[in-house]
Design a protein around this ligand. Structure first.
Ligand code: PLP
Length: 398
């Protein structure tokens, strides 16, 4: 029973098996290679390995056999040649972009992205001479087209985005990118490959915070970059090796366990969240709800075309003032208040106080994050219990 042939098996089978050769490893659960180095069988073997002429394991900062199983599985699910495991979602985004730029180069991204990515692009990258140009109305492809210049080295989107749930038109952006000989990077954290395979829609490079749905149980900070063999090999040989954002093998193992149930979890996440979003939309204490599965979402039609489900991230704006949103957050009994998403448990956070606290109020408003916005990641619990908890918390709004 050799390694699985990716072309032969369907998605749910690959979630459970891809990358893991049970006979070769003599295990049915992937082995953890908790070792920073690997013996070279001869001087000639070592020389070839270090010249990247043969496949093998060099040193734990560059590669690891447990990580290799995770990398192969993720690449199979994302329809890319290869992938590279990283220590966090942020380090995945950092090296994915770094690989494509030299000092003075730039790229385009919507401003409506995860706060940490926004800060990486607007605070850290300028120190390195990289220029992010933020597109404020990213639904309009013309705005992207007009912003492309000789400095632009790639287009970047996060879709659906955290916490605004903006849905980017991946095929239109891929077309624009390719007409200009540029790659398109997609942060696929929120959708996961279960609901959206950006490569099928034309994207070139995929990044994930694997910390979220891929792991699924809130056990490990982790990330991954997926793309062509040429891109991933060069990344591993240069910037990944030089910067050192390697994933620990134990965390790879946790990810592999999580990914076995990815499809099952995403199905339940989507079912629960649709019911929860509709409950919120009808509630008298709620101003607005953002969820791509609702007809009221501005990109609902696009989301239906691009996604096979709408995932479990939603945000809503309460009626009243900042204190009303704070009272709701503090009243939860079952729902957990924390700055995380994509896990089995239902979580809520107040972006103005937490994830987007690094931005000024003006910057937050510019990306449509009012002080009364609450972001939720709906888990896989019984939906009746979740609605009951939400209902009692909303009763605290004056
Ligand atoms: C869409 C998205 N991308 C990237 C990240 C960063 O991931 P990590 O926390 O694993 O570094 C996050 C974190 O919340 C996120 O939501």
């Amino acid at each position: 029973m050799p390694k699985l042939d990716k072309r032969k098996y369907k998605f749910d089978t690959l979630c459970v098996h891809a990358g893991h050769d049970v006979l070769e490893t003599k295990t049915i659960s992937p082995p953890i290679y908790q070792s920073v180095a690997y013996p070279y069988e001869s001087a000639e073997y070592a020389a070839k390995l270090f010249r990247y002429e043969i496949e093998g394991h060099m040193y734990g900062r560059m590669d690891n056999p447990t990580n290799a199983i995770f990398e192969e599985r993720l690449a199979a699910l994302e329809l890319t040649d290869k992938s590279l495991a990283t220590s966090s979602g942020m380090s995945a985004i950092f090296i994915a972009c770094l690989q494509l730029m030299n000092k003075g180069d730039g790229f385009l991204s919507p401003s409506k992205i995860y706060g940490g990515s926004n800060k990486l692009f607007s605070e850290t990258f300028p120190k390195m001479g990289f220029k992010a140009k933020f597109i404020s109305n990213p639904e309009n492809i013309e705005n992207w087209s007009e912003a492309i210049s000789s400095e632009t080295k790639f287009l970047y989107v996060e879709t659906p985005s955290n916490p605004n749930l903006f849905v980017a038109d991946i095929p239109a952006l891929a077309k624009l990118a390719h007409e200009n000989d540029l790659p398109l990077i997609v942060d696929n954290t929120v959708a996961t490959p279960v609901l959206q395979q950006p490569v099928k829609l034309g994207a070139d490079i995929i990044v994930h915070s694997a910390t979220k749905y891929l792991s699924g149980n809130s056990t490990c900070i982790s990330g991954v970059v997926a793309g062509s063999s040429e891109y991933i090999d060069e990344l591993r040989e240069k910037d990944y090796r030089n910067v050192g954002p390697a994933l620990s093998p134990f965390n790879s193992w946790l990810l592999l366990l999580g990914m076995e149930t990815l499809s099952l979890r995403m199905k339940k996440h989507c079912e629960n969240t649709q019911v929860f979003a509709e409950f919120l939309e009808d509630h008298s204490k709620i101003e607005s709800v953002h969820y791509p599965g609702l007809k009221s979402h501005p990109q609902h039609e696009l989301a239906k075309k691009q996604l096979s489900g709408f995932s479990s991230l939603l945000s809503f704006v309460t009626k009243g003032k900042l204190l009303d949103a704070v009272n709701v957050i503090d009243a939860f009994k079952l729902i957990i208040h924390t700055g995380h998403l994509g896990t089995t448990k239902t979580l809520a956070t107040h972006p103005a106080f937490t994830t987007h606290q690094q931005l000024t109020q003006e910057e937050r408003l510019a990306i449509a994050i009012p002080d009364t916005m609450i972001r939720m990641s709906i888990g896989i619990e019984d939906i009746d219990d979740l609605i009951e908890d939400m209902d009692q918390a909303l009763s605290k709004i004056g």
